[in-house]
Each structure stands twice: as C-alpha cells, then as structure tokens.
Write a protein that binds this ligand. Sequence first.
Ligand code: ADP
Ligand code: MG
Length: 683
Amino acid sequence: QIEFIQDHAMPGNQKEKEERLTETQKKKISIEETKKSLPIFPFKQDLINAVREHQVLIIEGETGSGKTTQIPQYLKHAGFTDDNMKIGCTQPRRVAAMSVAARVAEELGVKLGNEVGYSIRFEDCTSERTQIKYMTDGMLLREFLGEPDLQSYSVMIIDEAHERTLHTDVLFGLIKDIARFRKNLKLLISSATLDAQKFSEFFDDAPIFRIPGRRYPVDIYYTKAPEADYIDACVVTILQIHVTQPLGDILVFLTGQEEIEVCNEILTDRCRRLGSQIRELVILPIYSNLPSDMQAKIFEPTPPGARKVVLATNIAETSLTIDNIIYVIDPGFCKENSYNARTGMESLIVTPISKASANQRAGRAGRVAAGKCFRLYTAWAYKHELEDTQRPEIQRVNLGNVVLLLKSLGINDLINFDFLDPPPHETLVLALEQLYALGALNHLGELTKLGRRMAEFPVDPMMGKMILASEKYKCSDEILSIAAMLSVNSSVFYRPKDKIIHADTARKNFFVPGGDHLTLLNIYKQWTQSGYSDQWCYENFIQKRSMKRARDVREQIEGLMQRVEIDIVSNDDTAQIRKAITAGYFYHTAKLSENGQYKTVKHHQQVMIHPNSSLFEDLCRWLIYHELVFTTKEYMRQTIEIESSWLLEVAPHYYKAKDLEDAKSKKMPKQRGKARDELVGGN
Ligand code: ADP
Ligand code: MG
C-alpha cells in the first residue's frame, strides 16, 4: 500500500463528466467521427487560409488536438500536394513518425508507404507516390545533403518543436534560411506548449495560430514520503488503482526499455498470482525499439470490462496520444543525455523531470474525461526539486555529428550560425577538435575527403570513422556486423526472471577473448550460420527482434559502404578488427590503474566495467569502451582490450607517447579493485 495525498486539481476547461467510462470504450466510433471530434476540426478552413496567407506560421495546440495527424491531410485537401509536391512533417522520435504515418494512411484509406509514408534512420517507407511524408528530424537533416533547398516540398512542418531536440534546433536555423529564398515553401512550426512566442520571434515575428484544446480537470496526488524503489511503487500503484478505482486506462511513465520490461514482468507475475480475484489487466509496453506490430497494440480498444495499462517512455508525454487514459502514474524521471565538454564524456543519466514535463504528463489523464495523476514523489519535491523546464538538448550533448553534417552542407562559420539557443562555445570547440582528431577536418577546420565520406553514414562520427577504417585493416565484413549490433542499442540478450541462470550461462557461452565487440560479432556470425533461425535465438536466450533489426541495419550500412566504394572483405585477425574499432573510438580509452580501477586516459575520470561485460572478470591494461552509462557509477558498456601502441598509430593527433608511457613499466595490480568487489557484492 502506498499512501497518497491529494493536492490541487489541474483545472480543465470542460465540465467534469459524471461517468469516467468514455464513449469510445462503449462503442468503436468511425474514423470519420473521430476526425470530426478533434479540437482542431472546427479550425480547418481558418488554418488553410492562414497557411495560404503567411509563409511561416507557428501553431500552438495542446497534445491530442490533432495537429500531427490532421494538418497534413487538411493541406493535401487544399491542394498543397498538387504538381507532385510533398508535405513533410518531422518528429523527434522514430516511433511517433511510424505510428502517426500508419494512422494517417489508415484515415486516408491508403497503403502505408504509398501516398503516406515515413522515413526514419535505417528504414525508408516511402515511394515515388508519397505525398505526405513523416520523418524524424534527423532524417530531414540528412535530406539536406541530397536536396539543399528541399525543392520537392511545398510544406514543411517542424512538429513537436517544444521538445527542442538537437536535430530540431538545427533544422530551425537551416529552414529559416531556405524560407528566405524559396518564397513558395510554407513553413509550419508546431508546438504543444508555451514556447510559441519564442518561436515566433525567431522566425521574424511569424503569426501564431492557436488551437484551443479540450481539457478536463485532473486531480493531482503526491506520495506522503519519497519512494525508494519507483518501479515497485509503480506496480503497487497500478494494482491499487485497478482494485479501487472505476474503469479507465492507466498510463505509466518510465525511463526506458529495461525499466519497462522489469515493470512488465513484475506486474504480470503479480496479476497471475491474483488470478481471478481481479479484473483483466491488459499490459502494453511502448518504447522506441519496440517492433511496429507491437507498437500498434497500444491503440487497440480495451476489451469491455478490462483495463489497459500502458508502460511508456517519454514518448507518450506529447508525441503519442493514447485515447481513454484516465489515470497517469508519474515517477518523475526521464533518461537524459549529459555531456561534459571539458572531459568530452557523454552519458545517459536518469534524471528528475521538469515541472513542465510533470504537468504535460498529468495532462494526459484529462483528455477524454476528468482524470487522476499519481506522482510518486512528494509535493515538496515537486515545488523545490524540479526545474521549471528542461534545458534544450543542444546545450547538453556532443555536437560532433551535427557539426560534421553542417560542414558537409558548406556551413563553415558555426559560431555565427542562427541558433534559437546557441550551444555552449566550449562544446562547439570540442566538437571541432574531435572531428580534427578523427581526421574529418583539416587544421583550418575544413572538411577532408575522409570527413565527406564519414558524413555519408547516419551514425556518430566515431562509428563512421570505425567503418571507414575497416577498409585499411581489411575487415569491413566484421566491422559491418559489429556496427549493426552496436546500433541495435537495446540488449540482444533475453533474460527472463525465472530463467536467469540459464540465460546468463548462455550469454557467457558467447564470450570470446578480446571483449564485447567480438562477442557481438560472434553472436551475429552464429545466427547467420543458423540460417537466421528463430529457434536458435530461443535456445540461446537471444532476442530475435534485436537480431532482425541488426540485420536490417547491416544491410543499410552495407549499401552506404558500397556508395563510398569500400569492398566488403573478411578477416579473422581480431587485432585488425580491434584496431579498426580503436581508430574510431580512441577517445573512449580507459587504463587500469594500480589500485585495480579504470580511469579514462586523458581526463583520469574513474569508470567501471559493466558487470555484463565479458571483460568484467579480467584485468586488461587498456580498454576501449563503446559508451558510458551512469547509474550509480559511470559504467563502460561494450568494452574491448587494446594495446596502447595502437593509439599512437590510429590517433597521432590526439595521443602522445607520454600519455601512454607508464604502461609497460608498472606492475599489474594483483587484486581486483575494492570498488569492483563492492559492485559484485551489490549485484
Ligand atoms: P497532436 O499532434 O495535436 O498531439 P494527434 O494528431 O497526434 O494530436 O492525435 C489526434 C488523435 O489521433 C488522437 O486522438 C490520437 O489518439 C489519434 N491517433 C494518433 N495516432 C494514432 C494511431 N496510430 N492509432 C490510433 N489513433 C491514433
Ligand atoms: Mg503531435
């Protein structure tokens, strides 16, 4: 039992309905009726007129009012797709792009990929006939490389602008410039919250079109005391709602796939034990790596008498609207990129959300009827610990990727680029330095031939460099598989609670000397040899969906390699493979110090090997890691052992012999470090 205290109610602008059970749950209403019921519908003609009249328009409307799904259809209807022109609409998240495109195709009665399509990294679901194209903001950025003036578009909608993702922020600057000399390009900036004024000012005082949303009141509850384990608190709260509250679906905000899977497992288990004592509870996860058939399930109507609980990442905060949510559970966290420009260390950290996010989340409970939001933190924490708004992503990430892309577009003066909010100066400088060390820029900051080739790949510059280096080390086939496996950033290992020992044994059976990249390669090879068998995945506790995705990604990267004319050659000398990886990831080098702990080479930051790593039990003097993840400590995820001399070979601009000199002279520590023992104990 968790005790909640009711605080205030978020006021609505609609009268509270007597009954929480909503119309759509009683009978499935037609698409036509749904469209007409959306808050945006009465403004259809006004909106079309406004678009005709103004080149740039800021659109503000609450989530769920119909902006994303309806506006492109209205504009198509008004003739903006005549003469073979397209309407584009960007989304910060891949799931949103896919799911919204699917919905709009259904509403128009066409096959997805024909008139309505989507484009996300490593997946293009469009055709010659596509008129309405949803895409991630990152993909539109890449389209500039092929079509710098976006000539094939009559309208571009930058949607979810309030999210202020890195790519959206860069798009603002680029598209503002294009709009100046392509007077027939219509530009819509669409946002859910109160940033409209700021957007308007940035776009030379563009008019704001406001769509009044419909909101029912939402009662806000807080916990009496802080909750130590919020996953467990979620499970308890879900069951509490399920048992004591009238029907209506529940939306739970978690930080990522792993948390969602854990929560799903515990909840499923408890429900099974309660059996017929409780009503049916339909549990549905949604996160970005979830396959699309599973994503679509969250929109299916709840069976009569049952209750649906959606376990979602931030994606459900504003990007996706699930109808009939009456209860929201908000633990108050999200996963955020964090970047230290001084050390160049970037990691994903679970951090408290902002007040603005908390209110968006709560608002999801009041879309179809009066709702309730259960915050798993105290009212005091809300008032005193949460920031008002989140900082835009451009101010807290590594800019290597974006700088490389802008350089490829011929934009050289990045300091004076028209940013809505500029990134910190030191972050820009560091990105330039990193690209120089990677060989993508020359000492004048100009793009090199290598840099131009790197920009062809829609991956991090370090991965791009690794891929290109595989040519020199004659192991492109292996690096291709490794890049694909690393890009499937969800775990490839399946670890069900009731078979943990079997699963861990299976995982360890894949270990090969040298480290995790080689283990991933080993898995991919064996899966290939099994004929891409599902049965093989099942027997070896491997997630078959991750493998299928890796295969798709591999195909895409292979295509791009052909474009930059790299032959696919195979090599079983793992030193060569590890050198290619080092050529890309030399920034991520850690060295074992005498007390048995790892420190990054340049900045002497303490980092730990992730307990799942194949190198966890070993002592390697020099390591390269793929990424850092911060939970209780900085963990290196996916590590390989290297030789320090390779660093001088692959990164002479970056490493000097003195960085590496003590390697041979000092003794290896005999014992594992204390911190590592603590960690083992704690696991
Ligand atoms: P906004 O962009 O203003 O937040 P949307 O256009 O995304 O609003 O949503 C409008 C309506 O479309 C919502 O009621 C939502 O539930 C519905 N909708 C969106 N995507 C889907 C989908 N894939 N399946 C079913 N309904 C959907
Ligand atoms: Mg939307």
